[in-house]
Design a protein. Structure first.
Length: 208
């Protein structure tokens, strides 16, 4: 277990949760360096098959004190799947992530934000809470470092959850400037569990 700094109390200070979906990818190590330099923590929603391709990077994410969640095995649109398939997508990913990192997630995020009662029920069965977001940057379509930075800074607000992608190289390149400005504005960059005031997210419950 990595040494933990004193926990941030988001009831007292201005917190913001940056979240990165779809990795681990080739640009994730650079992002981890940037986050470490700024002493910022984030939450990564990992795709099972990408964890199989890059287990070492998944391990690094955890070792550096970030939170991880399940983002399905194949980045599946879960609402279009049968109940059994939904459960498989979630459960296989739990196994893959646990094998790579030694940690079993208790959070998941549905690809494309596509969720319904069946998805939530399967999540509950897999021991997972559903973590959505307050703002999405659409960084994958912006593909422009300056625009991504401007979008994040415009969306930032206390207790927000911002959705980005560590597989978008422009996002990773924008991050040093984003972190610098957020810090100037007094934000503490925390993981989703810290943002939830240390209250353990409950299986089958949707947040944000
Ligand atoms: Ni995704």
């Amino acid at each position: 277990m990595p040494a933990q700094a004193a926990p941030v109390d988001c009831a007292r200070v201005k917190c913001l949760a940056l979240t990165f979906d779809d990795g681990p990818g080739a640009h994730t190590p650079a992002l981890l360096k940037t986050l470490a330099k700024a002493r910022a923590k984030a939450t990564f929603f990992l795709v099972g098959k990408r964890v199989e391709e890059r287990p070492e990077i998944a391990r690094q994410i955890v070792a550096r004190g970030h939170a991880i969640g399940n983002h399905t095995y194949s980045h599946a649109e879960l609402t279009a799947r049968l109940d059994g398939d939904i459960l498989d997508e979630l459960k296989v990913t739990q196994e893959v992530i646990e094998k790579a990192t030694g940690r079993r997630p208790d959070m998941f995020r549905p690809p494309y934000g596509r969720t319904d009662e069946r998805v939530l029920r399967a999540a509950g069965e897999a021991g997972l809470s559903e973590i959505l977001w307050t703002h999405t940057t659409l960084d994958w379509s912006l593909k422009d470092t300056a625009k991504i930075k401007a979008t994040v800074l415009k969306q930032a607000r206390r207790d927000g959850v911002i959705l980005m992608h560590d597989v978008v190289p422009q996002t990773v390149r924008a991050m040093p400037g984003i972190l610098k400005e957020l810090r100037k504005r007094g934000y503490h960059l925390v993981t989703v569990p810290v943002l939830l005031r240390g209250e353990r997210p409950k299986p089958g419950v949707s947040y944000f």
